[in-house]
Design a protein around this ligand. Structure first.
Ligand SMILES: Cc1cc2nc3c(=O)[nH]c(=O)nc-3n(C[C@H](O)[C@H](O)[C@H](O)COP(=O)(O)OP(=O)(O)OC[C@H]3O[C@@H](n4cnc5c(N)ncnc54)[C@H](O)[C@@H]3O)c2cc1C
Ligand code: SF4
Length: 443
């Protein structure tokens, strides 16, 4: 009898212990779920729940809540787990590099562009990357496929297709002009050289494309990429500087020229089957083929005022930590302008020029932060204000009816961007709005 009682006691303790472990485990899961749910609610409130470009789509029937995607995503709070299933949180911040796609052990994630409610314009391309206009090809993120490796692969393949359909050469006519020098454009440029094509590469900004503008230096590449004239690049966890250096090295070793600070304004098909490209520097190019590798980020909108071409004017903020002791004008009361002004305000004298009368249209978090910064005197702001002209050491600014001359060292302009849609349509390229278009899924 005593033995039986002892056994029941042991059995009871084990059950109790297991029960307690399960109870505390469930309680901790439920606490974590509640935290993520709160973050989701806040993201929705702040307009950050809707993805802007390529993003993970989670199949809830397949998801087992392993959280491998959460662990592998290098960005903060884009994914989380609620009640044992993955969910997106700050989907607007997703950069679409797909680390989560590869991490999921049960292949519950696909990468999509656009959502059921928010369509994204995608140009039509066939399997050779050619658009409905014969001779105009598209590679990289513009066609809906994000990631550095994908851009490199598509740039190479598109150029191989251009080379295989080589058209007869006429004097002064290039085989191909590559527009954009991001991962896709660089790879296409190298492949053009390898194929012996007469080509030119035109970049409105700097070599590297979106990679050049990354705010963080760490890069993620989930598999090796095959760079023409170089071979396999096995940089899985690398920095943007290392990748840019590699690209520059290969380009200079093969004596290739990439023309920076040259925007292509228009592509006009000619009667003889060639294309005439007009550029921001006044030079025209005639070519048999065009490869568009212009990404999806568009072109920063300019103000069109005297002095804007000065070297003290910039349209994006790189390495704010290296700027100090300057008098800086930041133009733009949108999120980009406000965020940049706040990054600069601690080490510089910042004046934010807002053409609106307040910050009504921006993310609530930014609105609160910028209002607090202005109230605390950390930066100044003028409203209903527009820059009139930019001189070497000052600017003219119209504030209401009053025009003021303000001493100044640097000007940052965040007046929005012109998306490439209009540029493509003018060239005759067909575009369709896609809602939740699957770009990558497991077979
Ligand atoms: C913050 C951030 C982090 C990311 N992290 C990663 C990562 O870790 N790993 C990864 O694989 N991917 C990452 N990505 C995604 C990756 O950067 C892009 O998918 C990739 O750069 C797309 O390459 P692309 O060549 O198609 O276009 P882009 O890199 O966007 O290059 C297009 C180029 O075309 C130029 N251009 C545009 N219009 C014109 C014109 N009219 N005339 C001349 N030039 C023009 C632009 O100035 C630009 O330089 C990240 C993206 C962001 C925003
Ligand atoms: S695509 Fe990249 S940034 Fe977006 S959720 Fe997946 S791992 Fe994070």
């Amino acid at each position: 009898m005593e033995v039986l009682i002892e056994q029941i006691a042991i059995y009871g303790s084990v059950v109790l212990l297991c029960g307690l472990v399960i109870f505390f485990y469930m309680r901790s899961l439920s606490k974590k779920s509640a935290i993520v749910e709160k973050k989701v609610a806040k993201a929705k409130e702040e307009g950050m729940f809707e993805p802007v470009s390529l993003h993970p789509y989670i199949d809830l029937n397949t998801c087992i809540g392993s959280a491998a995607c959460v662990a592998d995503c290098p960005e903060k709070d884009i994914l989380g787990i609620v009640d044992g299933k993955a969910t997106v949180i700050l989907a607007s911040n997703c950069v679409g590099h797909g680390a989560c796609f590869h991490a999921c052990p049960v292949q519950a994630i696909s990468l999509r562009i656009g959502t059921e409610t928010r369509g994204i314009d995608l140009p039509h391309v066939d399997q050779t990357f050619e658009t409905n206009i014969k001779g105009i090809f598209i590679a990289g993120e513009l066609g809906g496929m994000g990631l550095i490796r994908n851009g490199v692969e598509q740039g190479k393949q598109a150029m191989q297709n251009i080379a295989s359909a080589k058209k007869p050469k006429a004097d002064g006519v290039l085989d191909v002009v590559i527009i954009g020098a991001g991962p896709a454009g660089i790879s296409a440029t190298l492949e053009a050289k390898k194929q012996g094509l007469a080509s030119a590469t035109l970049e409105q900004d700097s070599l590297g494309g979106t990679v050049y503008t990354f705010p963080r230096s760490k890069l993620v590449m989930t598999s090796p990429m095959d760079l023409p004239l170089y071979g396999k690049v096995k940089l899985f966890d690398t920095s943007k500087d290392e990748l840019l250096q590699l690209w520059r090295k290969v380009i200079s070793e093969h004596k290739i020229e990439i023309t920076e600070n040259t925007k292509v304004d228009a592509i006009v098909p000619q009667k003889d089957g060639t294309f005439k490209l007009s550029t921001s520097v006044g030079k025209d190019y005639i070519c048999n083929n065009v490869l568009l590798a212009i990404g999806r980020r568009g072109t920063p909108r300019k103000l069109g005022i005297p002095g804007e071409e000065s070297t003290k004017v910039a349209y994006r903020l790189l390495e704010p930590e290296n700027i100090s002791g300057k008098k800086i004008i930041v133009v733009g009361g949108g999120d980009a302008g406000v965020e940049s002004a706040m990054l600069l305000m601690n080490d510089n004298e910042v004046l934010l020029v807002n053409r609106n009368e307040n910050f009504a249209g921006i993310k609530p978090k930014n609105r609160e932060a910028v209002t607090a910064a202005i109230d605390a005197g950390k930066m100044k702001a003028v409203y209903k204000a527009n820059l009139v002209s930019i001189a070497p050491d000052s600017v003219l600014c119209k504030v209401g009816e009053d025009t003021q001359q303000l001493p100044n060292d640097l000007v940052y302009i965040f007046a929005g961007g012109e998306l490439p849609t209009g540029f493509l349509q003018k060239a005759g390229i067909e575009i369709t709005k896609r809602f939740g278009h699957i770009v990558k899924k497991h077979k």
